[in-house]
Design a protein around this ligand. Structure first.
Ligand SMILES: [Fe+2]
Ligand SMILES: [Fe+2]
Length: 280
C-alpha cells in the first residue's frame, strides 16, 4: 500500500512483499531527510535514536572530508558542523545503503552499484552548485536510488542475469535489453519502491524515467551518472563509458564541455565522499 492507502503499482507480477524493505526507523530517517521543512534539530533527534546510525554520522563528521580528525564527539556538534544539507544527504545514504548489500557472482557487485549511486549523488550536487541551480529537495535521494530497480530485478526476475549478460556481450544498454524482453525496465521498479516507501511522487517519476529524461532535472541526473562512470564509478565494472556527456544533457542545463571539465576538477572530493559513505 502507498501512504495514501492505494495499492502500489508493481510491474512484472512482483508482489509488494518482494520489494526491498527498510526498518521503520530507517524509513523515518529517509522521509525526514526528504522533508523540505525539517530542521537541523529534528535531524539530530531522528538520527540519535539509532546508535549505529549516530556512530556513522560521528565518523563522517570526523573524516578528512570535513577537515576534522576525531574532535567531534557529539551528534549535536556533528550535525552542526555538517550543516542542514549535508546531514540530510548523509542520513539518506546511511538509511538506503543496506539495500545494496547484495552480490551476483561475476556480474553485479552491490558495493560497485552503491558506489555508483553515491558518486552520482555527489556529482549531481557539484553540477547543481556549479550551475547555480537549487536542486529539488528529493534530488540527492533520487540519485542514490536511481538504480535500485536493478537490485529487485536480480532478486525477482529470472531473466535479468541473462539480460545483463546480453547487454555486456553485445555492448548494449541494460535498460534497452530489459524493455525488449520484459516490456519494462528497472526504472519502473525503482518508482514502485518509492511508492511503497511513501516517498514523494516527483521522486518516483524521476526514477521511472531516468533512462529517458523528460526535463532538466532528469538531464541533471543523467549527467551525474555520466560523470560517475567517467570518474571510475560505473554501474557494473564491465560497462563501457561514452567519451562525452550528451548535448541533450548539457543544453538542458545550459552548460558546455568546458564547464564539464571545470566541474570534474572536484574528482578527489567526490572520491573521498564515496569512500566516507560507502560500506565500511
Ligand atoms: Fe546508473
Ligand atoms: Fe539505470
Amino acid at each position: 500500500m502507498t501512504s495514501s492507502g492505494s495499492p502500489v503499482t508493481i510491474p512484472l507480477g512482483i508482489s509488494p512483499s518482494e520489494l526491498p524493505a527498510l526498518s521503520t526507523h530507517r524509513l523515518e530517517v529517509l522521509k525526514t531527510a526528504n522533508d523540505p521543512n525539517v530542521t537541523v534539530g529534528q535531524m539530530e533527534e531522528v538520527i540519535g535514536r539509532d546508535q549505529s546510525l549516530a556512530l556513522r554520522v560521528l565518523k563522517i563528521a570526523n573524516s578528512p572530508l570535513y577537515g576534522r580528525s576525531g574532535d567531534v564527539k557529539s551528534i549535536r556538534r556533528a550535525v552542526f558542523l555538517l550543516g542542514r544539507d549535508q546531514i540530510k544527504h548523509a542520513a539518506a545514504a546511511l538509511a538506503i545503503a543496506p539495500i545494496f548489500d547484495m552480490d551476483v557472482e561475476g556480474l553485479v557487485d552491490g558495493t560497485v552499484l552503491w558506489k555508483h549511486a553515491l558518486a552520482t549523488a555527489s556529482w549531481v550536487e557539484r553540477i547543481s552548485k556549479y550551475a547555480g541551480r537549487r536542486m529539488p529537495e528529493h534530488m540527492y535521494t533520487a540519485s542514490l536510488m536511481h538504480d535500485i530497480g536493478l537490485v529487485i530485478m536480480l532478486k525477482c526476475v529470472d531473466q535479468e542475469v541473462s539480460i545483463i549478460e546480453t547487454a555486456r556481450d553485445e555492448v548494449r544498454a541494460v535498460e534497452d535489453v530489459e524493455r525488449e524482453r520484459l516490456g519494462t525496465d528497472h526504472g519502473a521498479l525503482a518508482a514502485a519502491v518509492c511508492e511503497a516507501w511513501g516517498l514523494p511522487a516527483a521522486l518516483a517519476q524521476l526514477l521511472a524515467t531516468h533512462h529517458e529524461p523528460a526535463d532538466g532535472v532528469g538531464q541533471l541526473l543523467g549527467l551525474g551518472q555520466w560523470m560517475a562512470r567517467h570518474t571510475g564509478f560505473p554501474e557494473f565494472d564491465w560497462m563501457s563509458v561514452m567519451a562525452c556527456a550528451s548535448h541533450e544533457q548539457l543544453d538542458a542545463l545550459d552548460l558546455n564541455d568546458e564547464d564539464v571539465e571545470n566541474i570534474l576538477v572536484d574528482v578527489e572530493f567526490v572520491r573521498e565522499e564515496v569512500a566516507v559513505l560507502g560500506f565500511n
